[in-house]
Design a protein around this ligand. Structure first.
Ligand code: HEM
Ligand code: HEM
Length: 217
């Protein structure tokens, strides 16, 4: 790392991101096959259902391994996801002018994640838990649970699928394709971003790392 760069994501968190993202894509595609009636024939011999369960196991086990190896980082991440201040509200209000018109003047300085990224991270945690609970009931209690309960589980699982599915495409657009997010890809693949980018996109976090208080995720 040169002195013109700072580390945003350390290697373990980058590995966690990509393995988890891979599991999510598997779950999304094999879920889609069950969700869209016209695609039901693809699930007939059940191999998509098997892949869904393998994806689910990876989706659950990988964060647990990370929690065991790196509890402090998980604690920091959870604190970030659940701490919302006036700055976040102001960011969300100013975001449309920023993303559509490139107008930065009302954007408050941001932490290591901006408020939109935080909203995705928050959603991944909350809906991840909803997926696991509803999915586990469908998986392990299909024969014993009352049919009405199973129907509710399918319904809630589907709502989570629609919400996270839409946010997933927004995540890819904002993180990879948006012209103002020039160093996002660099951050999640190599870990580092330029000091200039850190100052302009994550001013609050940059001020703290400059004082030596904060570290990379
Ligand atoms: C993480 C833990 C998860 C578990 C344990 C789980 C488990 C399950 C199970 C057991 C089923 C029923 C499949 C069958 O009938 O054989 C199912 C259906 C489904 N899953 Fe998941 N799943 C999980 C995560 C996800 C995720 C992340 C997505 C999408 C982003 C997803 C999307 C779906 C969809 C769309 C269905 C079809 C529901 C319907 O019939 O309308 N699942 N899941
Ligand atoms: C498979 C396609 C995906 C791509 C190309 C992708 C790309 C990225 C990139 C470039 C970043 C860095 C953003 C930045 O720091 O400026 C990022 C961060 C992140 N990604 Fe993904 N990602 C993908 C899937 C996922 C999935 C499926 C999840 C959740 C299950 C996820 C969760 C996150 C989180 C929580 C962050 C940190 C907060 C944020 O920047 O939004 N990603 N991703």
């Amino acid at each position: 790392m040169t002195h013109h760069e700072v580390e945003k994501y350390r290697k373990p968190i980058r590995i966690l991101h990509w393995v988890h993202a891979g599991a999510f894509v598997l779950l999304f595609l094999t879920g889609l096959v069950l969700f869209i009636p016209g695609l039901g024939f693809l699930a007939e011999d059940s191999w998509t259902r098997l892949i869904h369960r393998i994806g689910a196991a990876i989706f659950v086990i990988i964060p647990i391994i990370y929690l065991i190896i790196n509890p402090k980082s998980v604690g920091r991440g959870l604190k970030l996801a659940f701490t919302w201040t006036g700055d976040d509200m102001n960011w969300l209000l100013a975001a449309p002018r920023y993303y559509f018109l490139g107008d930065e003047k009302n954007m408050p300085p941001q932490d290591i994640m901006n408020s939109g990224e935080k909203m995705w991270w928050f959603s991944v945690i909350v809906f991840g838990i909803i997926f696991v609970i509803t999915g586990a009931i469908m998986w392990f209690s299909k024969a014993s649970a009352p049919p009405a309960l199973l129907q509710w589980m399918v319904f809630i699982h589907d709502v989570a699928f629609i919400y996270t599915g839409c946010f997933f495409f927004l995540h890819i657009y904002l993180a990879v394709l948006h012209p103002l997010m020039t160093e996002s890809w660099k951050a999640i693949t190599g870990g580092k971003i330029s000091t200039e980018y850190a100052k302009s996109h994550h001013g609050k976090w940059y001020a703290e790392i400059s004082k030596g208080k904060e570290k990379a995720e």
